[in-house]
Write a protein that binds this ligand. Structure first.
Ligand code: MN
Length: 138
């Protein structure tokens, strides 16, 4: 397969999404996975961002069709957000598992994962997923 046939993680549908927006969608997916929604203040706490900034970003993500911003600060992911959020969480977990397998210092694993996850291609992610699955099986 030629290099041109591979697409980056953010190809087509999600091409304009910034790393910060990815962090938001990943966190919204993470929190709302269980009960279907998340509130502005929870997101603000979990991301260590001011509620006013969270509101601004949530409005932007609503314009992009990832979520619905409802009354009383309730955020619900649209199908597009659910699908992307799931991929983002899987990507995060794959990178985190890789760093753990490599015995990266536990204190640094989360921050290192946050840096790496936004920059890898889908092709590299596939390789990491396969490697991690094989390692975890052993
Ligand atoms: Mn992450």
């Amino acid at each position: 397969m030629s290099k041109e046939e591979f697409h980056t993680f953010n190809s087509d549908m999600h091409s304009s999404v910034t790393p910060s927006q990815e962090d938001y969608i990943e966190m919204i997916y993470r929190i709302s996975k269980n009960n279907g929604y998340v509130r502005i203040y929870e997101l603000s706490k979990m991301l260590n961002v001011k509620p006013s900034s969270v509101t601004k970003m949530v409005q932007k993500l609503s314009d992009l069709g990832y979520l619905k911003y409802q009354k009383y600060g309730v955020i619900v992911l649209e199908n597009k957000g659910l699908e992307f959020g799931k991929r983002l969480l899987n990507r995060h977990n794959a990178v985190e598992n890789l760093l753990r397998i490599l015995k990266v210092n536990e204190n640094n694993i989360l921050s290192e994962t946050e840096k790496i996850e936004h920059t890898i291609s889908e092709e590299t992610l596939d390789c990491i997923c396969r490697f991690v699955e094989k390692e975890l099986d052993n």
